[in-house]
Write a protein that binds this ligand. Structure first.
Ligand SMILES: [Fe+2]
Ligand SMILES: [Fe+2]
Length: 355
């Protein structure tokens, strides 16, 4: 894939996908480096001295590991024990288990916070073939990213991650056939599924090692900012803060996963849904932070426009990741700002493409 990157982000070893031009005082535009050239540090230093917006490089798509396999395994084991314990005893969690979980969670939070770039495509989070685990862990990652953007303390972020991982723990008390029903639920069935919020809260009640914030996050993750949620129909800031963050991550994860009765939404469609519900279903401040960490069209990716043209994403707008600044592949000198340029208001990105 060809990627357009700013020169300061280029690393030695990549190859140029297109010629790089410079200006010679006597002869005018000249080729400084040819396509196919593998760049060394000396080349990069030279490129830095030119007034370039960026260069085109060849990039192999590599799957990015978000957390190590060992951490994933540890978290999944602990998560498994929670479920087993709640299923059998309904007495809450052992304090030692929570302490063990906190140590693993702290390293989980560290690994994610250490990434200087938290702007990621979370479409392909693939932690575990068990969808319930995959859902819990991907929500935790999104919550951590949002929390970092909101400048929450590390202690609060770790607690939030814990609440995110446990948010649907009450599902253990809901009949399996309802959770896995390959069709839309009837109203009565949905009423039963809704009890997972209070079931989860009650299961965590007897554990003194779980804070009130975690319990409230679990209880209220289906509350909606406009009061349309459950179990209590709370409004706005009356909804606990952790729950307002989990709600956004939860809906995003649910929409981008396939269900037996519908296919998965595209990342861009799910973002559009969440943006459209800022201040209605969701806390606008949380949505604002969420928009800064999800990236349907990462910088350097190739996209197709509704006009039929192909373009490369050059810059993001934190307010709206769906309308970045782009270059047309057929005319790289023209930079188009899909967010601010009124002439292009009717042009939308229709899909990500391989170039
Ligand atoms: Fe839930
Ligand atoms: Fe959920």
């Amino acid at each position: 894939m060809i990627k357009f990157v700013s020169v300061d982000r280029v690393r030695p070893g990549v190859t140029l996908a297109r010629d790089v031009y410079g200006v010679d005082t006597f002869t005018g535009r000249i080729v400084m480096l040819k396509a196919g050239q593998t760049l060394t540090m000396a080349h990069i230093t030279k490129l830095m001295g030119l007034d370039l917006q960026g260069i085109y490089i060849n990039e192999k798509r590599v799957a990015r590991e978000i957390v190590s396999d060992a951490t994933k395994r540890d978290l999944i084991n602990i998560f498994d024990e929670y479920h087993a314990h709640i299923d059998t005893a309904s007495l809450g969690l052992y304090t030692e288990k929570i302490e063990e979980a906190n140590a693993v969670l702290a390293s989980f939070v560290d690994t994610i916070l250490e990434r200087d770039e938290l702007h990621f495509d979370i479409e392909n989070f693939d932690f575990h073939e068990n969808l319930r685990y995959n859902h819990a862990l991907s929500i935790a990652v999104v919550c951590i990213a949002i929390a970092k953007e909101l400048r929450m303390s590390k202690g609060d972020i770790t607690e939030l991650a814990f609440a995110a991982i446990l948010h649907d723990i009450g599902d253990s008390g809901v009949p399996r056939e309802l959770l896995d029903k390959p069709a839309k639920l009837t109203e009565d069935e949905f009423d039963i599924v809704k009890t997972h919020t209070t079931l989860g809260y009650n299961a965590l009640l007897s554990s003194s090692a779980v804070s009130d914030h975690i319990r409230e996050g679990v209880l209220s993750h289906h509350e909606r900012y406009d009061g349309s949620g459950y179990p209590k129909g709370l409004h706005g800031k009356a909804i606990p803060f952790f729950a307002r963050i989990i709600a956004v991550a939860d809906v995003y994860s649910a929409l981008t996963s396939a269900r037996p009765y519908r296919s998965a939404y595209q990342v861009a469609e799910a973002i559009e849904y969440i943006m459209g519900n800022a201040g209605r279903q969701f806390d606008s401040g949380v949505v604002k932070a969420f928009l800064k960490v999800v990236s349907p069209y990462p910088i350097g990716s190739c996209v197709k426009l509704s006009s039929g043209e192909k373009a490369v994403v050059a810059e993001q707008h934190p307010e709206n990741p769906l309308r970045p600044v782009i270059f047309l592949i057929d005319d790289p000198t023209a930079m188009i700002d899909l967010y601010n340029d009124k002439c292009f208001y009717n042009v939308v990105i229709t899909e990500l493409i391989e170039e």
